[in-house]
Design a binder for this molecule. Sequence first.
Ligand SMILES: [Fe+2]
Length: 351
Amino acid sequence: MDEQTKHLLDWSQWGRQWIEHLRKSKPLGRELERHLHKFEETFTQIGRKASLLDANNHQEELPALLSKAEEVQKQFHHFLRLAQLHEEELPEETTTASEALPVQSAPIIQQPEAIAEPVTDAVITVPTPVTYPSAREPVRVARPVAVGRHTLPPLPYAYNALEPYIDEATMHIHHDKLHQKYVDDLNTAERKLADARNSGNFDLIRHWTRELAFNGAGHYLHTIFWPSMSPNGGGEPSGELAEAITRYFGSFAAFQNQFSQAAEKVEGPGWAILVWSPRAQHLEILTAEKHQNLSQWDIIPLLVLDVWEHAYFLLYQNQRDKYVEGWWNIVNWPYVQERFAQARKLRWEPH
Ligand SMILES: [Fe+2]
């Protein structure tokens, strides 16, 4: 297949993924849905037309189609910026748990002239490469993920957008196959554990809890990973993050060196991870073997129980179950509740 055709097909998919993502993220007003529907049609048409031109050997018409795609993209990018701007302006109380973003009051389309209609038959003759907007993960979206209903987040750019650093084939396999598998297996683990709670049969608790950790950590880390990259990326951070890096690591170069060293030295498959410690109030560089060992990332611990033998051996010897049973009598729930209240203030896009 012609390189430009592949480019257009990826672009078409990218647009449709974005639309699907927006529809899943929040309820859409009639006006917003009308625009999205037109964009969806246009993305689909251009993808279909690119396939047809390729199949019929009419590649000479591809530059015009590319140009049209670029025009659509400008409009879509503008549209996304308006939609996201609107989301940022929403007061905190409109995004509390279980509340949907207001549909009727959404003023996203109050200035119709700001959102042009998607082009239909415009043909511009100068071929220009299609570029992709840099991704910004939407935040403060409060929609709980039901048991076994995690979803694969769409890539915020085209599959070939990170070339030459990460190739298109790798991105297809990594995102569509491997990340999807983590999502599927996480959903299975959650459902199996729900079944166990219902039936009271916890014979396979160790297995499903391991599955929960491996696949949950894999899903959450990849969900952070995709928007952490951009075809327009590189350089150095600025603002508070830059200051925090310099304060703790000495310089950006020192941070980069330690992060690279840590990443290179992970034993087997794993991750290098820059983290913020709310307790120490500083950054740190950590690594994970596999994804979890045996926890998940992107979570905040609320209640912890030390089951190392040093915590109970003098009193209980090898009877850990007795120690655990007794421990429930000394849990400080107000403290746990306070941690929960603080943790709930963080909101990330549900997937
Ligand atoms: Fe991966």
